[in-house]
Design a protein. Structure first.
Length: 125
């Protein structure tokens, strides 16, 4: 068994689960402001800014979650077929790259959308 594939599979599986929870709660309008989960930097803002930022980031959080789930599945397939035992192989590399893209979607896509939405709010005031 490849430790790297196991870590990638479990890590991105957990990431997909967190994205799914956020997506459902934000979509339902029941995602409370907190400093632990959600977009960094908005926990100290008002409830209105928190909600607007996360609503704007919702599509990006969904995309990141789906890609993280696909990445976890790639890692699981790799574990099932015994890939990555002797080092780097195509499944391990694919898992790492798709996971990096998923993290980038959340980090840059979601935060960028939230930043734009909150800037528009500030301009209206």
């Amino acid at each position: 068994m490849s430790r790297m594939l196991l870590v990638l599979c479990l890590g991105f599986g957990l990431g997909a689960l967190v994205c799914a929870i956020q997506y459902v709660l934000i979509h339902a309008g029941r995602f409370p402001r907190n400093p632990y989960i959600g977009l960094p930097g908005y926990a100290r803002e008002s409830d209105e800014v928190w909600a607007r930022a996360h609503q704007a980031a919702l599509p990006w959080i969904g995309r990141a979650g789906v890609l993280a789930a696909i990445t976890a599945a790639i890692g699981g397939i790799g574990l099932a077929v015994g890939a990555g035992v002797e080092g780097w192989d195509p499944l391990s590399v694919a898992c790492g790259i798709s996971g990096a893209v998923a993290a980038g979607l959340y980090l840059f896509g979601a935060n960028g959308a939230a930043d734009e939405a909150t800037k528009r709010m500030a301009r209206r005031r």
